[in-house]
Design a protein around this ligand. Structure first.
Ligand code: ADP
Length: 441
């Protein structure tokens, strides 16, 4: 491949220009002298001069023609190269102009969409219609939300998850990336480049994994419950009490089967969540009360830590108390787990910008800055491979984020390595209840 093909810059024809300049200079300098030598009379000289002019025009025309021909051939070659690259791409690629017209589409567009050339719509709105393009939750995308339209407004859309239906009825899951193209810097985008990746096979595999996790976790629950049950029974039934060593063994057995059942429960929850089988049972409750209950429970888990609760009056929310308790338990569990030397664990429950906000702050090891970006990703463990690794599956925070998102809330954190972390979440406040006259109760 040539350098120009790699850099994308056209070649400047310096060599032919230099050759032309030298020949032209020599011609100008010596052609008249030559004509004077050759001419035998003034009339003859004029004729030679005219011939010389014609010769010059003919020579420069031939040179120009050769140059243009060479550049056109280079242009054609580069266009063919680009076209072949576009056509051999597995990803679908569109160019959309400012009016929403599809000005370019590679072959993958038609194969992915399952459309013949003559059935290909000419504009993007029509394509959205024909393919019934939707968000992953099943909502139809509006033309304004279309990645190409957003790119034409100057936004760069990265790997947005969407889905569409092929004419045969098959649903395809796609990831769409769209970028604006402007003729010059600072100008309005004239085109949008849209690249679509088919991730259906990947989704199918993810679904199989989640189904497997769900079945495995479900199957594991029964034997774990049985082991725990018998461990408790043996602990209570041994006539005349235990040998100290036996007593310790039963305690460990009990504790570890509890841990195992928590892990299995987490796996079950995360697979349910992915499969869309996590239900919310909303009811009105006081958030601070729930935080207080979880703190009481946590006091029994760790005597190394001092738990403090700050609350500004009662805060009512309409949420699923079991799920919110699950989030709180995870945040406190982590606060304990990642501050092994003890310290204060401070919870605050309050109202900020019209939302109920709970925060849990610890004075533990914190999270290295470069590992903070993926914290809510499924199975991500920020301390994996470090000396500070405390084990775990990296599910709790992902699950918490999903639970809060389903409530319309959100979760965030601040952390500094060696100084501790603060995790907080927000939920909408419960709507005040109005009686018949519209007065507050
Ligand atoms: P797990 O704790 O089971 O690994 P989580 O999803 O609850 O999974 O947490 C993901 C990762 O985030 C943890 O592995 C840990 O690296 C980091 N983390 C979570 N909470 C804290 C905290 N309070 N302090 C420091 N690191 C934390």
């Amino acid at each position: 491949m040539t350098k120009a093909a790699i850099t994308g810059r056209p070649r400047t024809p310096w060599r032919p220009v230099a050759v032309y300049a030298v020949i032209a200079a020599l011609w100008i300098m010596f052609s008249d002298m030559l004509a004077a030598l050759v001419a035998r009379s003034v009339g003859h000289f004029t004729l030679v001069e005219i011939l010389k002019g014609w010769l010059f025009v003919a020579a420069t025309s031939v040179l120009l023609y050769a140059l243009i021909r060479r550049d056109t051939a280079a242009l054609r070659r580069s266009e063919a190269l680009h076209r072949t690259s576009l056509e051999s791409m597995a990803d679908a690629l569109f160019l959309i102009d400012a009016q929403g017209r599809i000005v370019e589409a590679n072959r993958a567009v038609r194969t992915m969409a399952g459309l013949a050339v003559e059935a290909m719509p000419e504009d993007i709105e029509r394509l959205i219609d024909v393919l019934d393009i939707r968000h992953p939750d099943g909502r139809r995308i509006t033309p304004d939300e279309a990645p190409s339209r957003r790119a034409l407004r100057g936004e760069t859309v990265r790997e947005e998850a969407l889905q569409f239906r092929r004419p045969g009825g098959e649903v395809l899951h796609i990831q769409v990336t769209a970028s604006p193209v402007a003729a010059e810097e600072g100008a309005e985008p004239a085109l949008a480049v849209v690249v679509i990746r088919d991730v259906t096979a990947l989704k199918r595999l993810e679904r199989m994994r989640d189904e497997f996790l769900s079945v495995a976790a479900h199957e594991l629950r029964t034997p774990i419950t049985t082991i725990k049950g018998y461990a408790q029974l043996l602990d209570r039934w041994t006539p005349g009490g235990h040998e100290p060593r036996e007593g310790k063994a039963f305690k460990i057995l009990n504790h570890q089967s509890d841990r195992l059942s928590e892990l299995v429960q987490e796996l079950l929850e995360v697979s349910r969540l992915q499969l869309g089988r996590l239900e919310l049972r909303r009811q009105r409750f006081e958030l601070g009360g729930l935080v207080g209950e979880v703190i009481e429970r946590m006091r029994g888990v760790s005597s190394l830590h001092r738990f403090v609760l700050h609350q500004q009056g009662p805060i009512l929310v309409d949420a699923d108390p079991d799920r919110i308790e699950q989030v709180l338990t995870n945040l406190f569990d982590n606060a304990i787990k990642y501050s092994p030397d003890g310290g204060d664990i401070e919870a605050t429950v309050g109202v900020r910008e019209g939302l109920a906000v709970v925060s849990v702050r610890d004075q533990g090891m914190g999270i290295p800055r470069e590992r903070q970006g993926q914290l809510f990703e499924r199975f991500y463990r920020a301390h994996a491979g470090l000396g500070t690794d405390r084990g775990g599956m990296g599910i709790g925070l992902h699950l918490s984020e999903q639970i809060l998102q389903r409530h319309g809330g959100r979760i965030w954190f601040e952390s500094e390595e060696g100084k501790g972390s603060m995790f907080a979440f927000s939920l909408a406040l419960a709507e005040p209840v109005h009686d018949e006259q519209g007065a507050h109760p």
